[in-house]
Design a protein around this ligand. Structure first.
Ligand code: ARG
Length: 447
């Protein structure tokens, strides 16, 4: 029974938060005259010694006690005697466990938000490094319109920007102090919750004791932010996998981020990117597991809530390892401008430009679209590029199709024509990069 119901194997990770929360609680109990100053001093000293034991790996974990909270309390009593038993005055493990998780999550969100910012910096650096490389943009995974590769990369910068905004929102909702809720109803001791909140750097208190011990919405919210972040990272990962294949050949990954095959000597497998793609599934799983645990759960605390931890810890670990590795892999990546140029040399990707040209010459766009479509079909049958059609052939499709259309069929010109804000022309990309850099410079850490 104990083995199945214990949380010690995983909540020992909250030891540091538990000690910090207990120290603040003990100080408050003494300040409010609930325990005396000497007792509070003995408790604080005991907690410091336990912290040292934990740091040096000498803490005697006892699996006969269910969780980290009971382990630390038992050790405290061993060390300082009956005064140790006073620490739990006006407190339940329900509000204690909730407090530890809030402390833990706030710090992790802070760190993850910084790591996401680090990856944004990588995208800005790559966009600068690969400036001028023209590359095919895709829809339906069919070549669609030529783009600057930098523009494509910067799409990820903005996804990550929203991920960070979401994390900041999640931080604000995790920044609520639950201690004082007791088991569910509060306490009759004259406690000072504001003092505890201040000591532990919370900006707000839970205003309802039942809510404080029974909801885990702040964890769900973090896991949903994490799930969306993983959606973004998995799309990036998939593109890297495609681009590094022989079929695309647009990028070459550094050997440090690939593996060989034990059988096929030519293989260079993009393992890191593949796992980035797959780990999204694991994070979604944790989000769904917690939503399912909470759904229909009656108030207030139920043992079910102990299931809030493992998926959270796993998600934090996954993301904190993955983000820096992806950044390193991207920085070490080379691009093959030649292969990109070959891919855009297929000038049927400039067809929209040609249709726009006819539309500017007065043809209704629908008709222009049809005419260019017929030209492309003709070229495909004859094995020609659009620019290889001679003047007479061109004019058979439309009299306005003179020599000047050659300029329209140059991929770089096509890219440069998309000069609207947020478009792919060099000037628009430069403006986008300036804005991105300003955002990175001006924004402060979560506090
Ligand atoms: N191990 C528990 C958890 O992680 C701590 C709270 C237990 N409270 C209780 N009344 N059994 O959720």
């Amino acid at each position: 029974m104990l083995e199945f119901t214990a949380s010690l194997p995983f909540d020992r990770r909250l030891a540091e938060q538990d000690l910090k929360g207990s120290a603040a609680h003990a100080a408050m109990l003494a300040a409010c005259g609930i325990i005396d100053a000497a007792e509070a001093e003995a408790i604080t000293k005991g907690l410091d010694e336990i912290a040292a034991e934990l740091r040096s790996g000498r803490f005697p974990f006892d699996s006969g006690f269910e969780d980290i909270h009971m382990n630390i309390e038992k050790r405290l009593i061993e060390k300082i005697g009956p005064a140790g038993g006073k620490l739990h005055t006006a407190r339940s493990r329900n509000d204690q466990a909730a407090l530890d998780l809030h402390l833990y999550l706030k710090e992790e969100i802070r760190q993850i938000e910084r790591l996401v910012r680090g990856l944004q910096e990588v995208f800005v650096a790559l966009a600068r490094r690969f400036e001028g490389a023209v590359f095919p943009g895709y829809t339906h995974l069919q070549r669609a319109q030529p783009l600057y590769f930098s523009h494509h990369l910067m799409a990820y910068f903005w996804m990550l920007q929203r991920d960070r905004e979401r994390l900041r929102g999640a931080f604000r909702r995790a920044d609520l102090m639950p201690l004082g809720a007791g088991a569910l109803a509060g306490t009759g001791f004259p406690i000072d919750r504001e003092m505890v909140a201040q000591k532990l750097e919370f900006s707000r208190l839970y205003e309802n004791s039942i809510d404080a011990v029974s909801d885990r919405d702040y964890i769900v919210e973090f896991l949903s932010c994490a799930a969306l972040l993983m959606v973004h990272l998995s799309r990036l990962a998939e593109e890297i996998i495609l681009w590094s294949s022989a079929e695309f050949g647009f990028v070459e990954l550094d050997d440090a981020y690939t593996t060989g095959s034990s059988m096929m000597p030519q293989k260079k497998n993009p393992d890191l990117a593949e796992l980035a793609r797959a780990k999204a599934g694991r994070v979604f799983g944790s989000l769904f597991a917690l939503l399912t645990v909470l759904k229909g759960l009656p108030l207030a605390y139920n043992k079910d809530l102990q299931e809030d931890k493992e998926g959270l810890f796993d998600t934090v670990d996954t993301i904190k390892k993955l983000l820096p590795l992806l950044g390193e892999m991207l920085l070490a990546m080379e691009i093959n401008r030649g292969r990109m140029a070959e891919a855009v040399a297929d000038d049927s990707m400039c067809a929209t430009e040609l249709a726009d040209y006819l539309a500017r010459r007065g043809a209704p766009f629908r008709e222009a679209h049809h005419i260019v479509g017929a030209m492309i079909a003709h070229c495909r049958r004859e094995g020609l590029r659009l620019k290889e059609l001679d003047a007479a052939e061109r004019r058979r499709f439309h009299p306005a199709l003179g020599e000047e259309i050659h300029a329209l069929l140059d991929p770089r010109q096509v890219v440069e024509a998309k000069s609207s804000r947020g478009g792919t022309a060099a000037a628009a990309v430069a403006a986008q990069l300036r804005l991105a850099e300003q955002l990175l410079e001006s924004d402060l850490e979560i506090s």
